[in-house]
Structure formats: C-alpha cells, structure tokens
Design a protein. Structure first.
Length: 321
C-alpha cells in the first residue's frame, strides 16, 4: 500500500494551475490559443505543461497540427474537469451564503420533458428554502450528462436511457409520461376523430434531433404501422421555435403529453389523435454522486414528493373516467 501511494506522490505536487492549463489546452487545441485564453505568454504556459508531464511521468498530449490528449492525458483531463468544476461551484456556494443566498442550483432539463413536475418542484423548494437561486439549462441528454460530469450542472431531469449509466453518476426514476402528435388549431388532422399514420404523410414534420428518445419511439411506432419513419422538414430542440412554427403552417410535431395538454388548454395547439400510444418512457433525475451542492438533496426530496403527487392526481383522474 505504501509503495502504491509513493508511486502517486506527484499528486501532492499537482497544483490547481496545472489543471487549468490542461483544461485550456484541451479546449483550445494549441499552445498559442490556450495562452491567449489564459492571458499568459506561450513560454509560461509551455513551462506549466512541461512541469505537469514531468510530474506525471508521461506525455499528456500528442503534438501535431492540433494537440490531442493521450490516454493518460484524457484521464487527467477528466479529473481536472471534476476538480475545477467542484472548485467553481463551491466558490459559488460560499459567495451565495455570504450574500444571504441559501445556495445555487444548476438544473438541466431535456426539451420540456417535465414541464409540470419541474416548475412544481421549484415552487415547492422556494417555499421551503426561499433564498435558493436556480438556473435552468435546456438541452439534449448527452451534452447535459457531460456537463454534470464536469460539475457544471447539479442535476438533470428528463427521460433517461442507457447513456445515463456511468460511473460516478446516480439516477432515480420519478414518473412516466407519453408523448403526443400536435398541430395548430384548425389543422385538418386535429379535426379528425382518428387520424391514421398514412394521413400524416401529407404534412411537414417538426421533429426533435436524431438520437433523442421521443424521435426513436415515434420512428418505431410508424415503422410498426408498415411505413417509413417521418422525414423532418425541421429538426429542433427549441420549444419556443416549435410552438411558433406550428402557428404559421400545417406543420405537425411531437411533444411530451403533459406539455401538449397544457398548451392545448391554453388554446395554442391541438392534440392529433393517432392510432398508437406513444410511450415517452421513464422520467428520472441524474446527478453526480459526489456533487458539492449543499441544496441538491433538498431538490431531490422535493422532486420525489411532487412526482408522487402528480402520480396520485393522474390515478384519480383515470379512476374518475
């Protein structure tokens, strides 16, 4: 054990500046660009890199037209991202507390996958802890997970799949949802009692980007009906853009059913009755096991309570019908 620890003695001499240099080089791809980004001279930055490689005992970059991380470099870069992210977030927490704020939360959400649950949870959390500051970041699953790994985001809420199964990350199922085909008010498909998949061919689709769970589920439902997958006229992950475009033409699109029902009640869209039940799958939350956030546990507890409340309301509604 002592020998193994001695072999890693360089970790005690590694400084935060080393990690900042490594992250800057990976991002910039060259010494020149990294030095400019860090407001350092090239010789100074090269010295930090050389010192770091001497400490580790191996090359961290493959030198070429563009710097590329070696396997050892990538392992150290992942560590650097975690440390730098934790340092930045801890600094935010300390400054927030000094300023009278209970803490900061950065929440990632996937294309309005939890438009009812998340606002309810945030409102409940603010009742419990009024001085929490919250930033919402909407995006796709893969880049959001990477930001959790870099400690830039505290928690993701949305439909999770196998990509969420990574070392150091925790996941928890909260609820299930379906998704719906939607169109503008007065759209020919929205006026039909039961639209067929064949009927949708005449209209342009607005679809989420490839690789998203709802896109895959829609393609499968259409394929099960013996038809080729819908061809998108527009691909977007922006809810604002989607709603705006639906008003202008006979586009059709997909939305999580909880979103679709909410906007239908506001008379902004209509739900198209299609022959298949479109399963969105489980809505869950994902976070880093060693997250430094002091208010994240309270958010997770609130999400659990609100998800159960919505489940109970949904069951009561089904029983009433």
């Amino acid at each position: 054990m002592e020998t193994a620890f001695a072999d890693l003695a360089w970790t005690r001499r590694l400084k935060l500046r080393h990690l900042q240099v490594l992250a800057a080089l990976e991002s910039a791809g060259s010494v020149t660009a990294a030095a400019k980004a860090m407001h350092m001279t090239q010789p100074a930055l090269s010295h930090w890199l050389s010192d770091m490689e001497d400490l580790v005992g191996t090359a961290l970059f493959i030198r070429g037209r563009k710097l590329e991380l070696t396997e050892a470099g990538r392992a150290l870069w992942r560590y650097a991202c975690r440390v730098l992210g934790d340092t930045a977030r801890t600094g935010e927490e300390i400054e927030a507390v000094k300023g009278g704020v209970a803490g900061n939360l950065h929440i990632g959400t996937i294309l309005s996958a939890a438009p009812v649950l998340l606002p309810r949870a945030i409102a409940a959390l603010h009742q419990r802890t009024p001085n929490v500051q919250i930033e919402l970041v909407e995006g796709l699953l893969e880049p959001l997970i990477e930001r959790v790994e870099r400690r830039e985001i505290d928690l993701i809420i949305g439909p999770l799949d196998v990509r969420a199964s990574r070392s150091g990350l925790c996941t928890e199922w909260l609820m299930t949802d379906t998704f719906s085909v939607v169109a503008r008010r007065g759209h020919p498909l929205a006026e039909m009692d039961a639209a067929r998949w064949e009927d949708t061919v005449a209209y342009p689709w607005i679809l989420p980007p490839p690789g998203t769970l709802s896109r895959a589920r829609l393609d499968q439902a259409v394929a099960d009906a013996g038809m080729p997958p819908p061809r998108p006229a527009v691909e977007t992950s922006s809810l604002v853009a989607l709603l705006s475009m639906l008003q202008d033409r006979d586009y059709i699109a997909t939305l999580a059913s909880s979103v679709a029902h909410m906007y239908e009640q506001l008379n902004l869209i209509r739900i198209v009755r299609v022959p298949s039940r479109l399963e969105f799958g489980p809505i869950g939350m994902l976070w880093a096991a060693d997250s430094p956030s002091i208010v994240l546990p309270a958010l997770r507890d609130t999400l659990r309570v609100e998800a159960k409340s919505l489940f109970d309301i949904g069951n009561a509604g089904e029983a009433a019908t």
